[in-house]
Design a protein around this ligand. Structure first.
Ligand code: PLP
Length: 233
């Protein structure tokens, strides 16, 4: 099933790119493996997936311990200060930085791991449906410029989640806002290249609006089974 799902998804990405004059190579596919067992990750690896995303720090830590060869791990969930160490240990890219506290902790942990942690800032573009992420541009600007001063952090861009809705205009407006905020920061002297936006239900719109990283779970792995934990399946 994963193989067919991936074929279908890659074909769809290709078609959307053709329609909006982009290249599929510009878009990194992060397979969101949350709540799925390691066997499922191994299967996706076989079919050429390299980037995997998790939204819980302990789950990422545990999966990283059993499976890290050939995998680029992404942390995409809300991050608490006391869990930063797990994310920094395992993740190539942390998508969800939204406070000075977490940013400073990432810098500290990255220094002790001897790495430069790549990060994105999470923006709340939808207000009511998503309680995490930065809501106003001034806060984002302050954090973004604070990050430039930290030796063990490298900020590459922005991430957002659109609300779950059938209203495509609402979704599109979220993605347009993220792109505009990135452009605005770059106008102030930053050089952000990444926009992490688009999930199973809205990646087509996200690609049309300039996404460089899409985070896809359901379209690859099917509906998640929350009646069992990943390590009990
Ligand atoms: C679960 C999750 C995804 C993937 O969602 P699907 O709808 O299954 O594709 C993407 N991004 C974040 C932050 C998530 O938590």
């Amino acid at each position: 099933m994963i193989r067919e799902n991936l074929n279908r998804l890659r074909q769809k990405i290709k078609e959307i790119c053709q329609k909006c004059d982009r290249k599929p190579e510009e878009i990194t596919l992060v397979a969101v493996s949350k709540n799925n067992p390691v066997s499922v990750i191994e299967e996706a690896l076989k079919y050429g997936v390299k980037n995997f995303g998790e939204n819980k720090a302990q789950e990422l830590r545990d999966k990283f311990e059993v499976k890290s060869d050939g995998i680029i791990w992404h942390f995409i969930g809300h991050l608490q200060t006391n869990k930063v160490k797990y994310a920094v240990k395992a993740a190539e890219l942390i998508h969800s930085v939204d406070s000075a506290k977490v940013l400073d902790e990432i810098n500290k942990r990255a220094a002790s791991e001897n790495k430069i942690q790549k990060i994105l800032f999470e923006v709340n573009t939808s207000d009511e449906s998503n309680k995490y992420g930065l809501k106003n541009f001034e806060d984002l600007k302050m954090l973004a410029f604070a990050a430039e001063e930290l030796p063990n952090v490298k900020a590459l861009g922005l991430m957002t989640m659109a609300p779950y809705t059938d209203d495509k205009k609402i979704i599109r407006d979220c993605f347009i806002q993220l792109r505009q905020w990135k452009d605005e920061l770059n106008g102030l002297g930053l050089q952000y290249s990444e926009l992490s936006m688009g999930m199973t239900n809205d990646f087509d719109i996200a690609i049309e609006e300039g996404s460089t990283i899409i985070r896809i779970g359901t379209a690859i792995f099917g509906e998640r089974d929350y009646s069992q934990k990943w390590n009990e399946q």
